[in-house]
Design a protein around this ligand. Sequence first.
Ligand SMILES: O=C(O)[C@H]1O[C@H](OP(=O)(O)OP(=O)(O)OC[C@H]2O[C@@H](n3ccc(=O)[nH]c3=O)[C@H](O)[C@@H]2O)[C@H](O)[C@@H](O)[C@@H]1O
Length: 296
Amino acid sequence: MLERAGVFVVEGDINDKELLKKLFDVVPFTHVLHLAAQAGVRYAMQNPSSYVHSNIAGFVNLLEVCKSANPQPAIVWASSSSVYGLNSKVPFSENDRTDNPASLYAATKKAGEEIAHTYNFIYGLSITGLRFFTVYGPWGRPDMAYYFFTKNILNRRPITIFEASGHGSVARDFTFIDDVVKGCIAALDTAKKSTGSGGKKKKKGPAQLRIYNLGNTSPVPVSDLVSILEKHLKVKAIRKVQPMPRNGDVRFTHANISLAQKELGYKPTTDLEGGLKKFVRWYLSYHPDAKKKSAS
Ligand SMILES: O=C(O)[C@H]1O[C@H](OP(=O)(O)OP(=O)(O)OC[C@H]2O[C@@H](n3ccc(=O)[nH]c3=O)[C@H](O)[C@@H]2O)[C@H](O)[C@@H](O)[C@@H]1O
C-alpha cells in the first residue's frame, strides 16, 4: 500500500510535532503541499499570536519534521501577495522588495519565506513558496470580503467599501480558485527532489528554492466586485464607502505572473465576472436559505 502513489489530505494541528512525526514514519511522502495557516490581513490586529503560532511556529514544526524524514519530501507552501506590502512598483514581480509589510500577517508570511531559505540552505530541503493573490471561489473563506459581502447583500444589510485617500479606489488582483489549484499542481509536478536526508545535508548539491506569484494579472476595484455580485444575486447592495482604515490593508495588488507562466505553465483563465458567477451559484446551493433571498 505504501508504495502506491496517492494523495493524503491531512487536517490537524500543524504544531503537533508528534503527530506529524508519526505520519512521516508511516508514509514516505515525496511531496508536501502545505496550506495550513492563520490567514486574513485585518484579523491580525485582534489576534496577533495566532499568526505567530500557525505561520511561524507551525511552519518551523513542519520543516523540522520534513528535514528529518527519510526521504525528505519536496515542499510547496502558500505564501501571500501581502508580502509586497507598501511596494508601489507595478506589477509585483518576485524579485521586487518585500521588506515593507503593512500587516503582521504579511510579516509572518515574509518570515516564512526567510525560514524556507534557511531550511533549504542548511538541510537541502526543496521548497517552493506560492504567493497567492486574493483567492476566491466556491468553498471559499467566509472571512473574506467577497464572501461576507454576498451574505450581507442577500440579508439587505449594509456593506463597507474602503476607499484610498482622495477618493481613490482600492483594487485587488482577485484570483479564481481553480486557476490557483492548477498552479499548485504544476508547482508539485515541477518540484525537484530534496538533496538531504534524515536531518543531514548531503553532498548532492544545493536543493531547489523557488517563489512564484499566482495572481490573475488584472486588478479590479472592490466597488466593481460589488457590482458584479449585485448582478449575479439580482439584489442591490447597500453601500457605505469609508476611508481605508490603517489596519493592514494595502491600496492595490497586481501580479506579474511571467515567471510562473514560463516555469510552471501557469495561465489563469477565469476573470472576476465568470469566477463570481460560479461562486454565487455555489453559494446559493450551499446555503439553503440564501436562494429565497436572491432574486435569481
Ligand atoms: O492576497 C493575499 O495574499 C491575501 O488575500 C486576502 O486578503 P485581502 O486581499 O485583504 O482580501 P479580503 O479581506 O477579501 O479583502 C478584499 C478587498 O476588499 C476590501 N474590503 C474588505 C473588507 C471590507 O469590509 N471592505 C472592503 O472594502 C479590502 O480592502 C480589500 O481590498 C486574504 O484574506 C489573505 O489571507 C491573503 O493572503
